[in-house]
Ligand binder design. Structure first.
Ligand SMILES: [Zn+2]
Length: 282
Protein backbone atom coordinates (compact mmCIF):
# COMPACT_ATOMS: atom_id res chain seq x y z
CA UNK A 1 0.00 0.00 0.00
CA UNK A 2 1.33 3.43 -0.96
CA UNK A 3 0.58 5.73 1.96
CA UNK A 4 3.79 7.61 2.68
CA UNK A 5 3.80 11.32 1.92
CA UNK A 6 0.11 11.77 2.68
CA UNK A 7 -1.10 14.12 5.40
CA UNK A 8 -1.37 12.75 8.95
CA UNK A 9 -4.69 13.43 10.66
CA UNK A 10 -4.48 15.84 13.57
CA UNK A 11 -7.50 14.20 15.24
CA UNK A 12 -5.33 11.72 17.11
CA UNK A 13 -5.05 11.50 20.89
CA UNK A 14 -1.80 9.66 21.52
CA UNK A 15 -2.05 8.03 24.96
CA UNK A 16 0.64 5.45 24.48
CA UNK A 17 2.53 4.77 27.70
CA UNK A 18 0.10 6.71 29.85
CA UNK A 19 -1.81 3.89 31.61
CA UNK A 20 -5.56 4.00 32.24
CA UNK A 21 -6.90 7.52 31.80
CA UNK A 22 -3.44 9.03 32.18
CA UNK A 23 -3.37 8.44 35.96
CA UNK A 24 -0.01 8.05 37.64
CA UNK A 25 -0.73 4.46 38.67
CA UNK A 26 2.29 3.95 40.94
CA UNK A 27 1.67 7.11 42.94
CA UNK A 28 -2.15 6.85 42.97
CA UNK A 29 -4.36 5.18 45.56
CA UNK A 30 -1.53 3.56 47.55
CA UNK A 31 0.19 6.88 48.14
CA UNK A 32 -3.05 8.56 49.17
CA UNK A 33 -3.82 5.80 51.70
CA UNK A 34 -0.33 6.02 53.19
CA UNK A 35 -0.54 9.82 53.29
CA UNK A 36 -3.90 9.73 55.10
CA UNK A 37 -2.59 7.24 57.69
CA UNK A 38 0.50 9.39 58.18
CA UNK A 39 -1.64 12.50 58.76
CA UNK A 40 -3.96 10.61 61.13
CA UNK A 41 -0.89 9.65 63.15
CA UNK A 42 -0.08 13.34 63.51
CA UNK A 43 2.41 13.73 60.67
CA UNK A 44 3.44 17.03 59.12
CA UNK A 45 1.29 17.83 56.04
CA UNK A 46 4.19 19.41 54.17
CA UNK A 47 6.08 16.08 54.34
CA UNK A 48 3.15 14.46 52.61
CA UNK A 49 3.10 17.09 49.86
CA UNK A 50 6.82 16.63 49.24
CA UNK A 51 6.44 12.87 49.20
CA UNK A 52 3.60 12.96 46.67
CA UNK A 53 5.41 15.40 44.40
CA UNK A 54 8.50 13.21 44.42
CA UNK A 55 6.58 10.19 43.14
CA UNK A 56 8.02 9.32 39.77
CA UNK A 57 5.61 9.50 36.88
CA UNK A 58 4.68 6.17 35.35
CA UNK A 59 4.65 7.70 31.89
CA UNK A 60 7.01 5.61 29.85
CA UNK A 61 10.17 7.47 28.95
CA UNK A 62 11.54 4.57 26.93
CA UNK A 63 12.27 5.54 23.36
CA UNK A 64 9.88 3.93 20.93
CA UNK A 65 11.13 1.72 18.18
CA UNK A 66 11.25 2.99 14.61
CA UNK A 67 8.81 0.22 13.68
CA UNK A 68 6.26 1.41 16.26
CA UNK A 69 6.62 5.04 15.19
CA UNK A 70 6.05 4.00 11.59
CA UNK A 71 2.90 2.16 12.62
CA UNK A 72 1.64 5.23 14.52
CA UNK A 73 2.35 7.45 11.52
CA UNK A 74 0.60 4.93 9.25
CA UNK A 75 -2.49 5.00 11.48
CA UNK A 76 -2.59 8.82 11.42
CA UNK A 77 -2.23 8.87 7.62
CA UNK A 78 -5.02 6.30 7.15
CA UNK A 79 -7.29 8.33 9.45
CA UNK A 80 -6.39 11.41 7.37
CA UNK A 81 -7.36 9.50 4.21
CA UNK A 82 -10.71 8.52 5.73
CA UNK A 83 -11.31 12.22 6.46
CA UNK A 84 -10.56 13.16 2.85
CA UNK A 85 -12.81 10.45 1.40
CA UNK A 86 -15.78 11.00 3.73
CA UNK A 87 -15.43 14.78 3.47
CA UNK A 88 -15.90 14.53 -0.29
CA UNK A 89 -18.75 11.99 -0.12
CA UNK A 90 -20.63 14.16 2.38
CA UNK A 91 -19.87 17.33 0.41
CA UNK A 92 -21.34 15.74 -2.73
CA UNK A 93 -24.61 15.41 -0.79
CA UNK A 94 -24.38 19.02 0.40
CA UNK A 95 -23.55 17.92 3.94
CA UNK A 96 -20.59 18.30 6.23
CA UNK A 97 -18.74 15.29 7.64
CA UNK A 98 -18.05 15.44 11.36
CA UNK A 99 -14.60 13.92 11.93
CA UNK A 100 -14.14 11.28 14.63
CA UNK A 101 -10.95 11.27 16.66
CA UNK A 102 -8.69 8.31 17.23
CA UNK A 103 -7.10 7.28 20.52
CA UNK A 104 -3.82 5.38 20.33
CA UNK A 105 -3.16 3.53 23.56
CA UNK A 106 -1.04 0.78 25.04
CA UNK A 107 -2.48 -1.92 27.30
CA UNK A 108 -5.41 0.00 28.78
CA UNK A 109 -7.29 3.29 28.75
CA UNK A 110 -10.62 4.87 29.67
CA UNK A 111 -13.22 5.42 26.97
CA UNK A 112 -16.68 7.00 26.89
CA UNK A 113 -17.91 3.40 26.65
CA UNK A 114 -15.98 2.16 29.68
CA UNK A 115 -12.59 0.68 30.39
CA UNK A 116 -10.68 -0.53 27.33
CA UNK A 117 -7.85 -3.05 27.25
CA UNK A 118 -5.63 -4.20 24.42
CA UNK A 119 -7.49 -7.54 24.53
CA UNK A 120 -10.75 -5.90 23.46
CA UNK A 121 -9.26 -5.13 20.02
CA UNK A 122 -9.97 -1.95 18.04
CA UNK A 123 -13.43 -0.46 18.60
CA UNK A 124 -15.55 2.65 18.07
CA UNK A 125 -17.31 4.37 20.97
CA UNK A 126 -20.38 6.37 19.85
CA UNK A 127 -20.64 8.16 23.22
CA UNK A 128 -17.40 10.10 22.66
CA UNK A 129 -17.22 9.56 18.86
CA UNK A 130 -13.73 8.12 19.11
CA UNK A 131 -11.96 5.13 17.58
CA UNK A 132 -9.69 3.23 20.01
CA UNK A 133 -6.67 1.30 18.80
CA UNK A 134 -3.83 -0.42 20.57
CA UNK A 135 -1.08 -0.79 17.96
CA UNK A 136 -0.31 -4.31 19.20
CA UNK A 137 -3.48 -5.45 17.41
CA UNK A 138 -1.69 -4.88 14.11
CA UNK A 139 1.09 -7.24 15.19
CA UNK A 140 -1.60 -9.80 16.11
CA UNK A 141 -3.19 -9.35 12.70
CA UNK A 142 -0.03 -10.44 10.93
CA UNK A 143 1.25 -12.97 13.48
CA UNK A 144 -1.78 -14.59 15.15
CA UNK A 145 -4.36 -14.17 12.39
CA UNK A 146 -1.89 -14.54 9.55
CA UNK A 147 -3.27 -11.48 7.74
CA UNK A 148 -0.27 -9.22 7.11
CA UNK A 149 -0.19 -6.20 4.84
CA UNK A 150 -0.81 -2.51 5.29
CA UNK A 151 -4.15 -2.49 3.50
CA UNK A 152 -5.30 -5.17 5.96
CA UNK A 153 -4.49 -2.75 8.81
CA UNK A 154 -6.08 0.15 6.94
CA UNK A 155 -9.22 -1.96 6.50
CA UNK A 156 -9.48 -2.37 10.28
CA UNK A 157 -9.25 1.42 10.81
CA UNK A 158 -11.70 2.10 7.97
CA UNK A 159 -14.15 -0.46 9.48
CA UNK A 160 -14.12 1.43 12.81
CA UNK A 161 -14.62 4.73 10.95
CA UNK A 162 -17.51 2.92 9.19
CA UNK A 163 -19.14 2.54 12.62
CA UNK A 164 -18.75 6.31 13.05
CA UNK A 165 -20.58 6.87 9.74
CA UNK A 166 -23.37 4.55 10.95
CA UNK A 167 -23.54 6.58 14.15
CA UNK A 168 -23.79 9.85 12.19
CA UNK A 169 -26.47 8.43 9.89
CA UNK A 170 -28.50 7.16 12.82
CA UNK A 171 -28.30 3.52 11.67
CA UNK A 172 -26.69 2.21 14.84
CA UNK A 173 -29.21 4.10 17.02
CA UNK A 174 -32.10 2.50 15.09
CA UNK A 175 -30.63 -0.94 15.67
CA UNK A 176 -29.99 -0.12 19.34
CA UNK A 177 -33.59 1.09 19.78
CA UNK A 178 -34.93 -2.26 18.57
CA UNK A 179 -32.97 -4.13 21.21
CA UNK A 180 -35.68 -4.18 23.88
CA UNK A 181 -38.38 -5.42 21.47
CA UNK A 182 -36.33 -8.27 20.00
CA UNK A 183 -35.13 -11.61 21.27
CA UNK A 184 -31.40 -12.01 21.86
CA UNK A 185 -31.19 -14.11 18.68
CA UNK A 186 -33.00 -11.58 16.48
CA UNK A 187 -31.04 -8.68 17.89
CA UNK A 188 -27.80 -10.52 17.26
CA UNK A 189 -28.75 -10.96 13.60
CA UNK A 190 -29.22 -7.21 13.31
CA UNK A 191 -25.88 -6.44 14.91
CA UNK A 192 -24.22 -8.79 12.40
CA UNK A 193 -25.80 -6.71 9.62
CA UNK A 194 -24.45 -3.57 11.24
CA UNK A 195 -20.95 -5.10 11.26
CA UNK A 196 -21.21 -6.19 7.63
CA UNK A 197 -22.22 -2.67 6.66
CA UNK A 198 -19.11 -1.33 8.42
CA UNK A 199 -17.10 -3.75 6.22
CA UNK A 200 -18.93 -2.44 3.17
CA UNK A 201 -18.13 1.16 4.20
CA UNK A 202 -14.45 0.19 4.60
CA UNK A 203 -14.60 -1.08 1.00
CA UNK A 204 -16.19 2.18 -0.18
CA UNK A 205 -13.37 4.04 1.54
CA UNK A 206 -10.69 1.90 -0.16
CA UNK A 207 -12.32 2.55 -3.54
CA UNK A 208 -12.26 6.34 -3.15
CA UNK A 209 -8.90 6.55 -1.36
CA UNK A 210 -7.41 4.71 -4.30
CA UNK A 211 -9.06 7.07 -6.77
CA UNK A 212 -7.72 10.08 -4.89
CA UNK A 213 -4.25 8.86 -3.96
CA UNK A 214 -3.54 5.62 -5.86
CA UNK A 215 -2.82 3.79 -2.62
CA UNK A 216 -3.43 0.25 -3.86
CA UNK A 217 -0.62 -1.95 -5.08
CA UNK A 218 -0.87 -5.46 -6.52
CA UNK A 219 -1.84 -7.97 -3.83
CA UNK A 220 -3.33 -5.35 -1.46
CA UNK A 221 -6.98 -6.23 -1.99
CA UNK A 222 -6.20 -9.92 -1.48
CA UNK A 223 -4.47 -8.95 1.79
CA UNK A 224 -7.48 -6.93 2.97
CA UNK A 225 -9.81 -9.78 2.05
CA UNK A 226 -7.53 -12.16 3.91
CA UNK A 227 -7.93 -9.93 6.97
CA UNK A 228 -11.72 -9.91 6.57
CA UNK A 229 -11.51 -13.67 6.25
CA UNK A 230 -9.20 -14.06 9.25
CA UNK A 231 -11.17 -11.90 11.66
CA UNK A 232 -14.64 -13.23 10.81
CA UNK A 233 -16.20 -14.47 14.02
CA UNK A 234 -16.30 -18.09 12.86
CA UNK A 235 -12.52 -18.06 12.44
CA UNK A 236 -11.97 -16.30 15.75
CA UNK A 237 -14.09 -18.92 17.47
CA UNK A 238 -12.24 -21.77 15.77
CA UNK A 239 -8.90 -20.30 16.77
CA UNK A 240 -9.98 -19.94 20.37
CA UNK A 241 -11.04 -23.59 20.33
CA UNK A 242 -14.77 -22.93 20.56
CA UNK A 243 -17.43 -24.60 18.47
CA UNK A 244 -19.07 -22.51 15.80
CA UNK A 245 -22.60 -21.51 16.75
CA UNK A 246 -23.99 -19.19 14.05
CA UNK A 247 -26.30 -17.35 16.43
CA UNK A 248 -23.40 -16.32 18.60
CA UNK A 249 -21.72 -14.46 15.75
CA UNK A 250 -21.47 -10.74 16.15
CA UNK A 251 -19.43 -9.80 13.08
CA UNK A 252 -20.61 -12.22 10.42
CA UNK A 253 -18.84 -15.16 8.84
CA UNK A 254 -15.59 -14.75 6.95
CA UNK A 255 -17.43 -15.23 3.67
CA UNK A 256 -19.99 -12.51 4.46
CA UNK A 257 -17.30 -10.06 5.56
CA UNK A 258 -15.30 -10.59 2.36
CA UNK A 259 -18.44 -10.25 0.22
CA UNK A 260 -19.40 -6.86 1.67
CA UNK A 261 -15.90 -5.37 1.70
CA UNK A 262 -15.51 -6.38 -1.94
CA UNK A 263 -18.91 -4.96 -2.88
CA UNK A 264 -17.98 -1.60 -1.32
CA UNK A 265 -14.59 -1.60 -3.00
CA UNK A 266 -15.94 -2.49 -6.44
CA UNK A 267 -18.91 -0.11 -6.49
CA UNK A 268 -17.63 2.77 -4.32
CA UNK A 269 -21.31 3.57 -4.04
CA UNK A 270 -22.63 4.15 -0.54
CA UNK A 271 -26.19 3.41 -1.74
CA UNK A 272 -25.29 -0.24 -2.44
CA UNK A 273 -24.65 -1.02 1.22
CA UNK A 274 -28.04 -1.94 2.58
CA UNK A 275 -27.04 -5.05 4.48
CA UNK A 276 -30.43 -4.89 6.22
CA UNK A 277 -32.29 -5.73 2.99
CA UNK A 278 -36.05 -5.52 3.47
CA UNK A 279 -35.75 -4.35 7.07
CA UNK A 280 -36.69 -0.68 7.35
CA UNK A 281 -33.45 0.37 9.01
CA UNK A 282 -31.75 2.21 6.17
ZN1 LIG B 1 -17.19 -3.66 13.97
Amino acid sequence: MRWQGNRESSNVDDRRGKGAGGLAVGGGIGTIVIAVIYLLLGGNPSDVVNQVIQQPSTESTQPRSAAEEKLASFTKVVLGLTEQVWDSIYRADGEQYKHPSLVLFTEQTQSGCGFASAASGPFYCPADEQVYIDLSFFTDLSEKFNAPGELAMAYVIAHEVGHHIQHLRGTSTKVQNLRSSLSEKEYNKLSVKLELQADFLAGVWAHHANKLKQIIEPGDIEAALAAANAIGDDRLQQQSGGNIVPDAFTHGTSKQRMYWFKKGFETGDIKQGNTFESLAIE
